[in-house]
Design a protein around this ligand. Structure first.
Ligand code: ATP
Length: 364
C-alpha cells in the first residue's frame, strides 16, 4: 500500500497554544494511523508575541515560507496582552497570515457536541448546526494599522468591501450550503450585513444578490446583523450558512462559540484559493496558561477540519476518513456526559480530554 503524506506547518504560538497543540498533533497522528496509509509530516515553526519579543519578528520570513510551502497550516493561538507593539496594539500575526495568504473564507461552524452543556435550555438548540462565514481579509480589518487620530480629538478607521473578494466569499457560501445540503443541511445562505445604514453594506448585499442569482438551487436570504444577533439566541436551529463582513464575523463567531458551550469547543478554518489555516476560535488565554486547564477540543476539531479539507482538496479518502474518525472520537468522549471540562467547572483539564478522545479513537 502506498503511503500518502501531507506536509503540515505547525504554529503553536503563545500561551495555551502550546498546551492544546501538543495533544492535538498526537491525536492527528493516531487518526491517520487508524485511517491507514496516511501520515502527516509536521514542522513546528516560531511565530507570535513571544517570538516578536525574542527575535523582533512576529512572523519570521522562514516561518512564512514554510507555511506557504505546506499542504496546510495548523495554528493554535497567538498574542499576549503583556507584550505589545510600541503603539499599544497586540501582536497578532495570525491576522497577517490571513491577509498575506488571501484566506478570505473564515469558516466557523456552530454545532453542539453531544454531552456538552450549552447555555440555551430550549431542546431545539441541541439541533443547531450552522456556519458563520467570516470574510477575513478586508471589511473593517482592512484599516488595521492604518487608523488615524487627528489632534487627539477625532479617530477614524475605514471599512473596505471589494467586489472581487465578496464574490468569492458568496460563491464559497453557496458551495458550502450545497455540500451541507447533501448531509441534511438547510440549503440556505443568509447574507448578514447592515445594508439599511451603510453604503459599503448596501454594495455587499447587491453583490450577494448577483451571486445568489447564479446559484438558483440554493435558497438566499438577508438579515441585519443586529437582528441576527437576536436570532442566534431566539432560533439558532433555523440558521445555515451566514456570510458576513470581517468585524461582524469576529463578533458573531464568539457568540456562536458561546452557544456551543464556550471558546474551548469552537473550531475554525480560514480558507483561500491556495492555502488554508486551521485554528481554534479562542486566543492564547493567558489567564489559564501553564495550568493544564485549557480545553483542547476546539484545537482537536480544527485538526479534524484540516484533515477533511485535505481530503476534499486532494481527493484523499484516507484524509477524509481520518478527519471523520477524529470528529467521531470527540463526540464519543463527551457523549456520556461524564467528561466535564474545567471551563464548565469540571475536573477535566487538557490531559483528561486528550486521553478520553484518544481512548475513543482507539476503540473506534
Ligand atoms: P483573542 O483576542 O486573542 O482571540 P480573546 O480575547 O478572545 O483572545 P481568549 O484568549 O480566547 O481571549 O480567552 C477568553 C476567555 O476564554 C478567557 O477567560 C480564557 O481563559 C477562556 N478560554 C479561551 N480558550 C480556552 C480554552 N481552550 N479552554 C478553556 N478556556 C478558554
Amino acid at each position: 500500500m502506498t503511503i500518502e503524506t501531507f506536509r503540515i506547518a505547525v504554529l503553536p504560538g503563545d500561551g495555551i497554544g502550546h498546551e492544546v497543540m501538543a495533544p492535538t498533533l498526537a491525536l492527528l497522528d493516531a487518526a491517520c494511523a487508524r485511517a491507514g496509509g496516511l501520515t502527516l509530516s509536521h514542522e513546528t515553526l516560531p511565530a507570535g508575541a513571544v517570538c516578536w519579543r525574542d527575535t523582533g519578528a512576529a512572523l519570521p520570513a522562514a516561518t512564512m515560507a514554510a507555511a506557504r510551502a505546506a499542504d496546510a497550516i495548523l495554528l493554535a493561538a497567538m498574542g499576549d496582552p503583556a507584550i505589545r507593539y510600541p503603539d499599544g496594539t497586540e501582536i497578532a500575526p495570525q491576522l497577517d497570515l490571513r491577509f498575506d495568504l488571501g484566506l478570505y473564507a473564515g469558516v466557523r461552524p456552530v454545532k453542539p457536541i453531544p454531552g456538552v452543556r450549552i447555555p440555551l435550555a430550549d431542546p431545539r438548540a441541541r439541533e443547531m448546526d450552522f456556519v458563520v462565514l467570516r470574510e477575513s481579509t478586508e471589511g473593517l480589518f482592512a484599516s488595521r494599522g492604518r487608523g488615524t487620530v487627528e489632534n487627539d480629538a477625532r479617530a477614524s478607521d475605514t471599512m473596505v468591501i471589494t467586489r472581487a473578494v465578496s464574490e468569492r466569499l458568496f460563491d464559497f457560501a453557496f458551495a458550502l450550503a450545497r455540500s451541507r445540503r447533501d448531509k441534511g443541511g438547510r440549503n440556505l445562505v443568509t447574507c448578514v450585513d447592515k445594508a439599511n445604514v451603510f453604503t459599503s453594506f448596501a454594495f455587499f448585499r447587491r453583490v450577494f444578490d448577483e451571486r445568489a442569482a447564479a446559484h438558483p438551487d440554493v435558497r438566499a436570504a438577508h438579515a441585519y446583523v443586529d437582528a441576527m444577533a437576536l436570532d442566534f439566541v431566539r432560533r439558532p436551529w433555523e440558521l445555515d450558512v451566514l456570510p458576513t463582513e470581517n468585524m461582524f464575523g469576529d463578533i458573531l463567531s464568539d457568540l456562536g462559540a458561546g452557544l456551543m458551550g464556550g471558546l474551548g469547543y469552537a473550531p475554525s478554518a480560514d480558507i483561500g484559493d491556495e492555502h488554508a489555516v486551521f485554528q481554534p476560535c479562542h486566543g492564547s488565554a493567558p489567564d489559564i496558561a501553564g495550568r493544564g486547564l485549557a480545553n483542547p477540543t476546539a484545537m482537536i476539531l480544527s485538526g479534524a477540519m484540516m484533515l477533511e479539507w485535505l481530503g476534499e482538496r486532494h481527493g484523499s479518502a484516507r484524509a477524509a476518513r481520518a478527519g471523520g474518525l477524529l470528529r467521531a472520537a470527540v463526540d464519543a468522549a463527551f457523549a456520556p456526559g461524564q467528561l466535564v471540562t474545567a471551563e464548565h467547572g469540571g475536573a477535566a483539564g487538557t490531559a483528561a480530554v486528550a486521553t478520553a478522545v484518544g481512548e475513543a479513537l482507539a476503540a473506534a
